[in-house]
Design a binder for this molecule. Sequence first.
Ligand SMILES: CC(C)(COP(=O)(O)OP(=O)(O)OC[C@H]1O[C@@H](n2cnc3c(N)ncnc32)[C@H](O)[C@@H]1OP(=O)(O)O)[C@@H](O)C(=O)NCCC(=O)NCCS
Length: 162
Amino acid sequence: MTLLFETVSLPRYITPETDPAVPAMLDLYEELIFPDGYKGSPQNRRELTLHKFKGSIPYVARQDEEVVAFANFDLEHRLKGSSFLEAMVVKESVRNKGVGRFVVGQLIALTHSHGLERLRLEPYDNDAAAFYTRLGFEQEQSKNQETGQFYMSINANLRPHD
Ligand SMILES: CC(C)(COP(=O)(O)OP(=O)(O)OC[C@H]1O[C@@H](n2cnc3c(N)ncnc32)[C@H](O)[C@@H]1OP(=O)(O)O)[C@@H](O)C(=O)NCCC(=O)NCCS
């Protein structure tokens, strides 16, 4: 499976001329942030999704032309010396084929190339935590007081475990 990894520019307003990767990427993100669907209008839903990007950079993995994964990544680091993975989703039909590992490997390499020491994240749930543990992430002492979820991180000099 040949995968490409690249960033996507995110326009404030999405028009029919917008890079087709953008709606595909937002659809993937919305699976994560609105797991039970969104009751309001599609326009409001997109507004809320775009708002979630704040200062971070959207990346996609493509297989042929199709967007198969999305990552929202913060290189400005909230904590000195670290990057932060805000969110990541792999398209359901291609899960368990190494796409998630590929994306995380690319993000670790980006972290390293920006001179940062660690990649940190807050796992979405216990399933996500098990995935990151499999890749070599360690649970940190600190947790998000609001969600109760422990942060996890990996040394940016390492590659994900094979
Ligand atoms: C979690 C997720 C990103 C994994 O992506 P993926 O492409 O299916 O993962 P990979 O195929 O690269 O898996 C890499 C390794 O992790 C393991 N793994 C994958 N999902 C796992 C899980 N839920 N629990 C434990 N291990 C898992 C795989 O078995 C594989 O291990 P192996 O090398 O021994 O076979 C994907 O399932 C997903 O998008 N889930 C929904 C959204 C989500 O939870 N995102 C995380 C937000 S922080």
